[in-house]
Design a protein around this ligand. Structure first.
Ligand code: ADP
Ligand code: ADP
Length: 228
């Protein structure tokens, strides 16, 4: 369902982000992307949702070549991909409810179906009682749960998480992981870049390790394999 064929990515300033990557990720897989800072993890994930375009190579997502999408096709393509970040990226002046509804309103849903979907997804992440709060009134873990709710409210086939537990304490990180596992159990492909050795070595999944823009290891139920 995600297939990269011989991908190279050089940024406009000449820095090489990816240096020849080929990979296949099937629907429903849970994949950790590990590697030192600067290894190319973010570049790899950004290519999947057309945040960047590779210099060379083909990227198929559900048989569609992402590198060939026209600008006006990109928003429609992205409906199938949710993204969460280390720093949550919620809109600070909007309530929890509005932060999530916003993701639906941009795709023109009717108000009644918006409310139903938002409350369902808030229930799924255990935050139904915080719908009226603004992000500043929530803990880091709660903010990340809102970000996850926003990312999955359109039921995407793929969820990309770029260090989703990077700003969270260990207990909260495990809570977030359990939510991601539940989402994965419902069939959503999860691709998670992480520096958490504990998580990768405890919740065993496929591990893709990157160094200097290439994949150096790709293991089913793998290990973190780096010190810190
Ligand atoms: P990671 O996520 O593993 O830390 P990145 O994909 O962010 O790695 O970075 C890979 C390489 O590409 C690094 O050398 C980084 O400095 C470079 N890079 C990332 N984003 C940009 C950008 N927008 N412009 C130029 N170079 C970039
Ligand atoms: P119930 O049917 O149990 O009253 P609702 O779906 O009406 O549940 O709302 C649940 C929570 O979400 C309440 O706190 C409600 O005020 C809040 N809420 C509902 N719609 C909106 C909205 N458009 N903007 C902000 N908060 C909302």
């Amino acid at each position: 369902m995600i297939e990269m064929q011989d991908i190279y990515m050089t940024y406009p300033n000449g820095v090489v982000g990816l240096n020849g990557i080929s990979v296949n990720i099937k629907q429903g897989e849970f994949v950790y992307i590990v590697g030192h800072s600067g290894a190319g993890k973010s570049t790899f994930t950004k290519l999947m949702f057309r945040e960047e375009i590779p210099t060379k190579g083909k990227i198929l997502v559900n048989d569609q070549d992402v590198t060939k999408l026209k600008w006006k096709e990109v928003p429609y393509f992205r409906r199938n991909i949710g993204v969460v970040y280390q720093d949550f990226r919620l809109l600070p002046k909007l309530t929890v409810y509005e932060n999530i509804a916003f993701a639906l309103e941009v795709i023109e849903e009717n108000p009644k179906s918006i409310r139903k979907k938002v409350m369902n997804v808030l229930d799924q992440v255990g935050l139904k009682n915080k719908a009226r709060f603004i992000p500043d009134e929530l803990s880091g873990g709660e903010q990340q749960r809102v970000a996850i709710a926003r990312a999955i409210v359109n039921h995407p086939g793929i969820l990309i998480a770029d260090e989703p537990t990077g700003n969270l304490d260990p207990n909260t990180s495990w809570e977030i992981m359990h939510i991601l596992e539940d989402i994965n159990a419902s069939g959503t492909t999860i691709i998670m870049a992480t520096h958490s050795k504990e998580i990768v070595n405890t919740i065993k999944k496929r591990v893709i390790a990157m160094e200097d823009g290439v994949i150096v290891r790709d293991e089913h139920r793998g290990e973190y394999g780096y010190e810190i």
